[in-house]
Ligand binder design. Structure first.
Ligand code: ARG
Length: 459
């Protein structure tokens, strides 16, 4: 008989059990469930709702259930592997506790319900996940910064529309990715503040007549404070939506980065060579080395977006307070966090293992055309006019089948008298990059400055 079985004469249909169980999903929160129950038991003891001795017996019993669940997880003999007839992790723990310590186990459910229990477990679990993700994300950023320092001083074509645009240091582009990830860390930290509030003691939705101390429970569980409204405490899922939104945005960033690795590892780009650890071969084409890790990151991003959609749809139009629909939040939540973390690790692996290949010379490359326009602008020509003059120079070169290296002072002067001998120096790719010292520009000094700022955020 289920723990709620008093008013029932028959058990649930077999199919109902399968439909309704969440144990196969929420078993992984057993640590959080036991932590929450222990904090609740201690608080009940401290306020005198149960004796301190009873609280002690409950906590010891819960620790034993924890040990058994751990053994069960490892597949060891004597381990507790609850079956789905126990419905969810809360009932599984309490049922086993009852078997181990007897009647006193029944006192644990004073002034709580599964509604605040599940809300507490998920918050504890999610807080731990956000912290773990943050560590991994900081690791990925640091891997990128290592790359910037090791290989970033290589001239490459910066693109817009995937068309060659202006020369940049490779490090400038890697930093662009690192900054996006730094914002992802901020977003996760921000979400964490709202995750870190305690629902326990809200009971079903209306609070309790018993003189509990919700602040104490919150403190014992390391929460910032209790949630203020009991009905909100059991119904709120916006912190899940927020955390998964942050994951979705992060996954989108990883996917962009992955897409660049896919492109950059082609012979057409030849910018990087992925390590064998993070690529695979083809079963028919012996020469292939495919960027599967990057492609999988790109693909798995879709799953994280899907999880966000699931949570949004799941919670819209749900009347307050708890509805069983809410049980469906966990498959999406767990998958989003697992997938995002796996993608962060894969990207860190790809980046720490790959080889940056020497790029082709940019000497005379039409992507230097902006330099000539900037040169004229620096001599007082309105930029629009300078742009037009250089546009004609580029067209002439194109028609003559040459590039900008064919230009001499004579041809430049013919295009516009403001050109002087030093204009040709502006065409040196490295000089072009190093002139861009404006804040956030590609000049190496700016690359170094940004690495410093990002490194300082590590903690
Ligand atoms: N298994 C449920 C869940 O995961 C726990 C809460 C059940 N509450 C209830 N009133 N049926 O959401």
């Amino acid at each position: 008989m289920a723990l709620w079985g008093g008013r029932f004469q028959q058990g649930p249909a077999e199919e109902m059990l399968r439909l309704g169980e969440s144990l196969s999903t929420d078993l992984r929160m057993w640590r959080e469930d036991i932590l929450g129950s222990k904090a609740h038991a201690r608080m009940l003891g401290e306020v005198g709702l149960i004796t301190l001795e009873e609280a002690e017996r409950l906590c010891e019993g819960l620790d034993r259930v924890g040990l058994e669940l751990e053994a069960g997880e490892r597949g060891e003999a004597g381990g507790f592997v609850p079956g789905i007839e126990l419905e969810d992790i809360h009932m599984a723990v309490e049922t086993r506790l009852h078997e181990l310590i007897g009647e006193v186990a029944g006192k644990l459910h004073t002034a709580r319900s599964r509604n605040d229990q599940v809300a507490t477990d998920v918050r504890l679990w999610l807080r731990g996940q956000v912290d773990a993700l943050d560590v991994e994300l900081a690791g990925l950023i640091s891997t990128l910064l290592d790359r910037v320092e090791a290989d970033g001083r290589q001239l490459v074509a910066g693109c817009t529309h995937l068309q060659r645009g202006q020369p940049i240091w490779l490090g400038h582009q890697l930093l662009a990715h690192a900054w996006a990830l730094a914002r992802d860390r901020e977003r996760l930290q921000d979400a964490r503040r709202r995750i870190n509030r305690c629902p326990l003691g809200a009971a079903a939705m209306a609070g309790t007549p018993h003189p509990i101390d919700r602040r104490r429970t919150a403190e014992l569980l390391g929460f910032e404070a209790p949630l203020d409204n009991a009905m909100d405490a059991v119904s709120a899922r916006d912190h899940l939506v927020e955390a998964v939104s942050a994951c979705a945005i992060l996954a989108g960033h990883l996917s962009r980065m992955a897409e660049e690795l896919v492109l950059w590892s082609t012979p057409e780009y030849r910018r990087v060579r992925l390590s064998e650890h993070w690529s695979t071969g083809s079963s028919i084409m012996p020469q292939k080395r495919n960027p599967d890790a990057a492609e999988l990151v790109r693909g798995k991003t879709g799953r994280v977006f899907g999880a966000l959609q699931t949570l949004l749809v799941l919670t819209k139009a749900l009347p307050l307070a708890y509805n069983r629909d809410l049980q469906e939040d966990r498959p999406a939540l767990f998958d989003a966090l697992d997938t995002t973390r796996a993608c962060v690790r894969a990207m860190a692996g790809c980046w720490s293992d790959l080889t940056v290949l020497p790029g082709p010379s940019l000497e005379g490359d039409p992507l230097l055309a902006t330099e000539l326009a900037d040169y004229l602008a620096s001599r007082g020509l309105p930029f629009r006019q300078a742009h037009h003059v250089v546009g004609q120079i580029v067209r002439e070169c194109e028609e003559a089948g040459t590039d900008l290296s064919s230009l001499d002072l004579g041809r430049l002067k013919a295009a516009h008298p403001a050109f002087e001998a030093d204009a040709l120096d502006w065409l040196r790719p490295e000089a072009a990059v190093e002139r861009r010292t404006s804040l956030g520009g590609t000049a190496w000094s700016e690359v170094v400055r940004q690495v410093g700022v990002l490194r300082a955020q590590r903690g």
